[in-house]
Design a protein around this ligand. Structure first.
Ligand SMILES: [Fe+2]
Ligand SMILES: [Fe+2]
Ligand SMILES: [Fe+2]
Length: 394
């Protein structure tokens, strides 16, 4: 083929100029950052297990979207990857999302107004942009839009409808060199569970210390009845883990963005683990979520610490020690021919590795980047624990 015989390309379209494009991404940044922040705040208070599961997953999607939007803003030569403050109209919408007083009110605004307005703006953006000149935006926005559309189907909420003036959220003004601080919700008293789950002060009395100690005294439950209680308690513990990580993120907006991405990932992992146990109970073990009472004593004892204490005691100790038990349980269950249950522990073990690392990474960060100081803090605070790893000092 000679050069002039190549098929003619479609003409370029032009689309938005670079500044307009950066303003659009700045608006998306504010919407997505605040969705991550508030979803982390509300996730523990949402009672339905299915909603917690969906929120954990959407949170992880949206946190990664913020990372990519920040990156695109940097590429578009904005003064920095922090894009100024939202203008008056977007501020009104974000304030409405912050004003929710009940979990369903939050879901109604976030999923009935904010996410649909974001999806509409991205559709407008995708229609107008030049898919060749601005292919990086095309790829990013296609991915974010598909996820927002899916999120809207996965959580029950009031019918879609943003307040007037939100035909195109991407075109709203941005106040450069200003900042929008994030508002932190009141401290958690305790997480919420499905209405059919009984919450008691002591949780399930069937669960004994021997299930949670490491070494020779560890007991791996094998009889059907003890497995019913054990996996039910494990499902609840996974939810509590997700809720702790979500609140770590929500309560510490001053932390670097990557911290929030790590917390979002672990929140998603922990709700996924709860989902695995839910399915395992109903398909392999013949029991179900809600069969036994749950309690929040462990959650409260960790939540009472500051961020460093929570990272040391939960990620650096509880999760770290759970690795030995998961591996031991897997081995014993394989010997008993419970292959599927053993497989679950194989993956729980694998997922604990990054969870323990989250403690090292962000605990060291809080100690001025000093990993040795973090290890020392782990040794110090472990003195506060009983033999099952539960803090007793506070
Ligand atoms: Fe887990
Ligand atoms: Fe764990
Ligand atoms: Fe974990």
């Amino acid at each position: 083929m000679r050069p002039h015989e190549r098929p003619a390309p479609a003409p370029l379209k032009g689309g938005y100029d670079v500044d307009e494009n950066a303003i659009r991404f700045s608006n998306y940044f504010h919407v997505l950052r605040e969705l991550v922040h508030l979803t982390c705040g509300w996730l523990p208070l949402v009672p339905r297990f299915e909603d917690k599961l969906a929120l954990g997953e959407h949170l992880h999607d949206d946190a990664r979207a913020v990372t990519k939007v920040k990156r695109r803003l940097y590429e578009l030569r904005h003064p920095s990857d922090y894009p100024g403050a939202p203008g008056a109209e977007l501020t009104t919408l974000l304030d409405a999302m912050n004003a929710a007083g009940k979990p369903q009110e939050y879901l109604d605004v976030a999923y009935g107004q904010v996410k649909p307005a974001l999806a509409r703006a991205i559709r407008t953006h995708l229609d107008a942009l030049d898919p060749v000149i601005d292919e990086p935006s095309l790829r990013l926005l296609q991915q974010v839009l598909a996820r927002q559309d899916r999120h809207g189907l996965e959580i029950a909420h009031a019918p879609d409808g943003a307040p007037p003036g939100f035909a195109d959220l991407g075109a709203l003004e941005i106040r450069l060199r200003e900042e929008r601080p994030l508002t932190v919700m009141a401290p958690l008293v305790e997480p919420a569970r499905d209405a059919f789950v009984e919450v008691t002060a002591d949780g399930d009395p069937y669960l004994t210390d021997e299930l949670y100690v490491n070494g020779d005294e560890n007991h791996v439950p094998l009889a059907p009845e003890e497995q019913h209680h054990f996996f039910h308690g494990l499902m609840d513990a996974e939810l509590s883990a997700a809720e702790l990580m979500a609140r770590n993120s929500h309560e510490h907006p001053e932390m670097p963005w990557d911290f929030h991405v790590d917390m979002a990932r672990q929140t998603w992992d922990e709700v996924r683990h709860a989902k695995v146990h839910d399915i395992l109970m109903r398909t392999e073990l013949g029991c179900a979520w809600g069969d036994h009472p749950v309690g929040f004593a462990y959650f409260r004892s960790i939540y009472a610490y500051d961020l460093l204490g929570r990272l040391v005691l939960f990620n650096g100790t509880s999760e770290q020690k759970a690795m030995w038990r998961h591996s031991h349980r897997r081995k014993v269950l394989l010997e008993q021919g419970q292959d599927m249950v053993a497989m679950v522990f194989d993956y729980l073990l694998a997922d604990e590795v990054p969870h323990v690392h989250n403690g090292v990474r962000w605990g060291s960060y809080l100690l001025g980047g000093d990993e040795a100081a973090y290890r020392e803090k782990v040794r110090e605070l472990r003195g506060d624990l009983d033999r099952t790893g539960k803090p007793v000092a506070r």
